[in-house]
Design a protein around this ligand. Structure first.
Ligand SMILES: [Zn+2]
Length: 671
């Protein structure tokens, strides 16, 4: 029997033949793909001919075709439709794959060839895109430590291994603390909690084997509990437990782990020749330097703090009216903010839902892409990995552009959250390939399926990432689509969310599931206003975390990260009743792995750009201004990582973004 994952995919658009693939095909396909990839890499590294761009960099681009196919199928089903066997395969192959790719990035012979080309780059007659791919390839090897020799090389390997294991311990300690703590609630303690919170508290109680309902430290339960419970004593107790995660002393305490991680990161950065880990980390980002990150965060910090302090006064007054004296505490904020929200912009979620039908919202996201970029969508009938998946062929002026797959419904076999990935990235080398892009979401099923406003935003967000993949128009796959800096990659997605809020879009597509009537103007206004609520608090807790993350990774490494954290917050004048969104002992973004270390600011960096980029449309002819749409596609959506993010943005906007549009969008300054 031939393995259908490894055979040629001959169906329409060369989509993986999901109907013929079985789980037992994965392990042999993964093994074969690694072997084939190693053979390809070995041949490039040991090529007796002198290095050329074609026999080295382009050869690397062309290598791994089988690997791409196998991984695209495997990771798609492992994330969106797992089962015990697929989970087992993931456990088995994750370390193998990590070792495989790390073996390539530290292959000295390969690096020598790339380094040789790099020193001769100006004589090679490269196009701009080729020069960029060579630069990225060389930089990737250097940053992975391929240029280190002897003791330094050995030490780098040790540091990397130690950091990986510390990251795992950090995560496991956090999970243990979250798993072990719960607070039992009597029937009386449920007073004031809405039905959905009572239901989750009861379900959590059953899961924990408790006698009745409980509060756990899961964000989806503790946050609504803090929002709705009138019992100040219980809120305080739960809040203390929540913010003590990773700092409870004993075996699961993360504070020393955090300190060691910071030391090792600094050592790693120094070995590679950087002043600090922040300098190392930010080199590949649009922000580039710690100073630019701090500058942006501080511009947002001051107005956010002013707003939060003003809000604190209002909430304190509300608390005093309740007969509670003394200062507003961190466990009071969400409770009084929720009361205020209800008084000021009561939005009836139940009345809103029938206006947000999944199918109509999909149509809306397509219709906007049609008006902006001329894309057309035609439903396809092809076998996919789950009956809930739908597919469309995307064309423009009759030309095939991409296949778009939507897998929208929640199910037990899918991990939580929402994401976009390319099952095949766009490229023109070694042959022309059109992208196959998938959006995976976790919306509740129904007939018809109805969304919350947040869900609808998620749908537009992920479709924005999909457009970045589908409209990509570069030569080399390694820089196509969303292969851009981390602080730039959320620009297309967050930007696309703005089109959901365009009144004419909601007027056309937010129609009542039964009556077909458009959403009433009053409701529309409330929806848009509610999105800005309590932004002083939210911005302050986020920016404080981002500034502490930055402070940890530049300058002298703190012996005691907790003391450094306290110092940074004191310097900032942190409002008394607000804490960091993620304090150090449970700041998984920063310590569970390298992903967002010295990078937690990225979300806001992207938000500054998306607000500013949408303002460009508004300043021109409006949300569907065709000149702006053309500029967006030409300079950002089609260009992938072919230029520095800053240059791409400048080409689109003519200047760099300012924070004003973000501050207005968050309601922190007057619109
Ligand atoms: Zn995103």
């Amino acid at each position: 029997m031939t393995n259908p994952i490894l055979s040629a995919w001959t169906n329409a658009f060369e989509i993986a033949p999901f109907d013929t693939i079985s789980d037992t095909d994965f392990a042999p396909a993964l093994d074969a793909a690694m072997q084939a990839h190693n053979a390809e890499i070995g041949a490039i590294a040991s090529n007796p001919e002198a290095p050329t761009f074609a026999n080295t960099v382009e050869a690397l681009e062309a290598a791994g075709e089988m690997m791409d196919k196998v991984l695209s199928v495997f990771f798609t089903v492992a994330g969106a439709d797992s089962n015990p066997l697929r989970e087992e395969l993931q456990r088995e192959f994750s370390p193998k794959l990590a070792a495989h790719f790390s073996g390539i990035s530290s292959n000295k012979a390969l690096f020598q060839r790339v380094a040789d080309l790099w020193t001769r780059k100006d004589e090679l007659g490269l196009t701009d895109e080729q020069a960029r791919v060579l630069m990225l390839s060389h930089r990737g090897f250097v940053r992975a430590g391929a240029a280190l020799e002897g003791n330094e090389d050995t030490r780098m390997q040790e540091i990397k291994a130690r950091l990986a294991s510390l990251g795992t311990s950090f995560t496991q300690n956090l999970l243990a603390d979250e798993r072990d703590w719960f607070m039992e609630l009597s029937e009386d303690d449920l007073q004031g909690l809405p039905g959905f919170v009572v239901n989750s508290a009861r379900a959590a109680g059953e899961e924990k084997g408790a006698k009745g309902p409980v509060v756990t430290l899961s964000r989806s339960l503790i946050v609504p509990f803090l929002q709705f419970s009138p019992r100040r004593d219980l809120r305080q107790k739960a809040y203390h437990a929540w913010t003590a995660r990773g700092a409870n002393g004993g075996e699961t305490d993360n504070r020393e782990i955090a300190a060691e991680i910071l030391q090792l990161r600094q050592e790693r950065a120094k070995l590679l020749g950087y002043e600090s880990f922040a300098d190392f980390k930010l080199e590949t980002e649009m922000a580039r330097t710690p100073d630019r990150v701090r500058d942006l965060l501080m511009q947002v910090w001051e107005p956010a703090k002013t707003r939060a302090n003003a809000d604190a006064e209002i909430l304190t007054q509300m608390m005093q009216n309740d007969g509670v004296n003394g200062p507003l505490e961190a466990w009071d904020w969400r409770y009084y903010a929720e009361k205020r929200r209800k008084a000021e912009h009561d939005l009836d979620e139940a009345a809103l839902k029938p206006y947000l039908q999944l199918d109509r919202m999909i149509e809306a996201s397509f219709a906007c892409a049609n008006r902006l970029f001329g894309l057309e969508f035609k439903q396809l009938d092809i076998p996919l990995y789950h009956p809930d998946c739908r597919a469309w062929e995307v064309t423009r002026n009759g030309q095939h552009i991409a296949v778009f797959i939507g897998d929208y419904f929640a199910r037990g076999s899918k991990r939580s959250g929402a994401w976009c990935s390319a099952m095949r990235g766009q490229a023109k080398f070694p042959k022309v390939q059109a992208p196959v892009v998938i959006n995976v979401c976790n919306f509740a099923k129904g007939d018809p399926a109805l969304l919350s406003y947040d869900d609808a935003r998620t749908l537009f967000h992920e479709f924005g990432h999909a457009l970045h993949q589908m409209l990509s128009n570069v030569t080399y796959e390694s820089i196509s689509g969303t292969s851009v800096a981390r602080d730039f990659v959320e620009l297309p997605s967050q930007l696309y969310e703005h089109w959901l809020e365009v009144p004419e879009v909601l007027a056309e597509f937010a129609t009542h599931a039964e009556t077909g009537a458009p959403m009433p103007q009053e409701m529309l206004k409330k929806v848009l206003k509610a999105a800005n609520f309590d932004q002083g608090f939210q911005t302050v807790e986020y920016v404080a975390s981002a500034l502490v993350d930055l402070a940890f990774h530049e300058g002298a490494v703190p012996d005691d990260p907790m003391a450094r954290q306290a110092e940074v917050l004191a310097d900032l004048g942190m409002p008394a009743a607000i804490r960091m969104r993620h304090a150090t002992p449970h700041f998984a973004h920063v310590f569970a792995g390298d992903g967002y270390s010295a990078g937690y600011y990225s979300y806001m960096w992207s938000e500054v750009m998306d607000a500013d980029a949408f303002a460009a449309f508004e300043e021109a002819g409006g949300a569907f201004d065709s000149e702006r749409a053309k500029a967006l596609e030409e300079n950002i959506l089609s260009t992938g990582g072919s230029s520095e993010a800053e240059d791409l943005y400048l080409a689109f906007r003519g200047r760099l973004p300012g924070v004003e549009a973000l501050l207005k969008g968050r309601g922190l300054i007057a619109a």
